[in-house]
Design a protein around this ligand. Sequence first.
Ligand code: NAD
Length: 278
Amino acid sequence: MKKQVSVLIGAGSIGQAIIRRVSVGKHIVLADYSLANAQRTAKTLEDAGYECSVIQCDLGENKDIIALVDYSTSKGDVKYVVNAAGVSPSQAPVERILQVDLYGTSVLMEEFGKVIADGGSGIIISSQSGHRFPALPQEQNDALAMTPCDKLLELPFLKEITDTLKAYQYSKRCNVLRVMYEASRWGKRGATINSISPGIIITPLANDELHGPRKDGYLKMIQSSPAGRAGTPDEVGDLAEFLMSSRGRFINGTDILIDGGTTASYWYGDLQYLKATH
Ligand SMILES: NC(=O)c1ccc[n+]([C@@H]2O[C@H](COP(=O)([O-])OP(=O)(O)OC[C@H]3O[C@@H](n4cnc5c(N)ncnc54)[C@H](O)[C@@H]3O)[C@@H](O)[C@H]2O)c1
């Protein structure tokens, strides 16, 4: 019998929390822009009894994604794909955020959608940030959902973006729309694909934000949110495990917020003051 394979792109904290919950007895492919990060995660997982291999992959590069698909299928049947790679507004300029978070993530869904195994599942980590800006015009939604990947970055409204937070928000909104678009294709193979939009989850990426130029705003937002605290990678892992399990098979093409009530409060609660700035 062929081995089942779990693929993780972005071997960071959230990705690791998810993949270890769903990969007992499977081969885990850890793909990351930083080989050192992938190797560190591999060591942690191997010390806990998992079988892993690592591959360097820049999610912003089409050729790296194709190579990752080839590599993963050479290891067995791809049952799970988790995309937890991404760059935040404090980590990169506009072009790089759009290249990785918007374009690369779209290519990844399309390419793995061609090989995902029957009964398989994909999880794309989006963000609460994508739920923060008002509804886009329907033409923009349609364009983000359905434009062929190689034309995505040419969309005129994306070319007008000048600040990194907007680039991140558009990217994360695009992830959710693209998941809706891909659900039919993944469904035809007997697989599901969903996104998860976390609020602030304590990880190295979040710590960059919590020490970056917007740190005061983030801390106030956490304290004033309904949960009154940040989240943990394990909480996101628990949700993903459910979506990918046999109990989650009727859930396809949707996005689930896990943010301690922050988005609800942003629109209609104590965090409405943020509307003036975000
Ligand atoms: N931590 C949060 O508060 C939070 C909130 C909402 C959404 N997210 C999203 O969760 C995802 C994972 O973030 P995390 O908090 O676990 O961060 P993390 O820093 O722990 O992990 C991110 C990993 O992605 C890798 N990576 C970055 N760019 C890459 C690229 N171009 N190609 C391949 N790998 C790349 C990094 O090397 C790192 O190992 C991101 O998409 C992020 O936008 C995080």
